[in-house]
Design a protein around this ligand. Structure first.
Ligand SMILES: Nc1ncnc2c1ncn2[C@@H]1O[C@H](COP(=O)(O)OP(=O)(O)OP(=O)(O)O)[C@@H](O)[C@H]1O
Length: 288
């Protein structure tokens, strides 16, 4: 099998006059956990929908597991993917097992032993009669992933599964992603609007902004760039950016809601720390 699981070439999607995707090209390689990073409205869900054939692109080429979207064999690719796009499509009044059973039936799976096995895999084995509406957000996200795993996919597409989770649930979800990737050898394409949420687990990143792919970069390349400056972890990166800009330098980049990379070489770690503390900005850490 080809090493490229998914390839988009110059994919454009218009909603009326609005350009939601503007010439997007990207490649996901076998074994990747590909983090698609972009703000709200940047086009992440739209990319996932055109890949999963929930929506049509306006122009461009998409190839999934070796099959071009315009070919009748694209369905063979779709049969080997699992996806959770937008909020988990589960029934509120049903428990985990019942929701999984519906997905199995929809996908033509009649061996229901996969249900208990998958619920155990995502750490939802003990939820018994608890209904979906009583689940925590972390449990809901894990059930969404379990539902996407029932057909043992080669490729998993997950739209913002970390959004809104508390810190413990984030750690659990990251561990689950790594487990799926390593134990099941599943390539993963996952989106987030916060880089730091995916930084620890992704092997490659694509940064999308206003429908355009700004940069595709491997984790190693990303680390090399980041280590050239000082990365400051703060409670509120936007506030810290204003303080830096008004007092010392504009030579910085906001990496996420909580991280700023300062490239200016004239500032020491101590000077940066002191300045931010003086302006009441809680500094969680500084890496040089
Ligand atoms: N069905 C639709 N009709 C019209 N415009 C749409 C439709 N779906 C998405 N859009 C627009 O396309 C752009 C990209 O939306 P998309 O949902 O892909 O972004 P996103 O990065 O997933 O954002 P979010 O994190 O908020 O879900 C947005 O400007 C959005 O308003």
């Amino acid at each position: 099998m080809t090493d490229t699981i998914l390839s988009l070439k110059n994919v454009t999607k218009k909603f009326g006059r609005q350009l939601a995707l503007d010439n997007v090209s990207l490649d996901v390689k076998k074994g990747d956990i590909y983090g698609l990073i972009g703000r709200n409205g940047s086009g992440k869900t739209t990319i996932m929908k055109v890949i999963a054939d929930l929506s049509n692109e306006t122009y461009g080429q998409i190839t999934l597991l070796g099959h071009a979207k315009e070919s009748s064999k694209y369905n063979q690719g779709l049969n080997r993917i699992g996806s959770a796009i937008e909020s988990p499509a589960a029934f509120n009044a049903l428990n985990a097992y019942q929701n999984m059973k519906i997905i199995c039936l929809q996908r033509g799976i009649h061996d229901f032993s996969v249900i208990d096995e998958t619920l155990k895999f995502v750490n939802l084995a003990d939820t018994g009669k608890k209904k979906f509406k009583q689940f925590s957000l972390g449990m809901k996200q894990r059930l969404g992933i379990a539902m996407a795993l029932v057909n043992q996919p080669d490729f998993l597409i997950l739209d913002e599964p970390i959004n809104g989770l508390d810190p413990i649930a984030i750690v659990e979800l990251r561990e689950l992603l790594v487990k799926i990737n390593q134990e099941r050898e599943t390539t993963i394409f996952i989106s987030s609007h916060i880089l730091t949420e995916l930084y620890q687990v992704s092997t490659r990143f694509g940064f999308i902004h206003k429908g355009k792919m700004i940069q595709e970069i491997t984790k190693d390349e990303f680390d090399a760039i980041v280590t050239e400056g000082i990365v400051v972890k703060v409670e509120d990166a936007a506030k810290a950016a204003v303080v830096l800009s008004e007092n010392v330098t504009d030579d910085f980049e906001v990496l996420s809601q909580h991280e700023i990379k300062i490239s200016s070489t004239s500032l020491s770690v101590a000077e940066i720390n002191k300045l931010l503390v003086v302006y009441d900005i809680y500094v969680e850490g500084i890496d040089k």
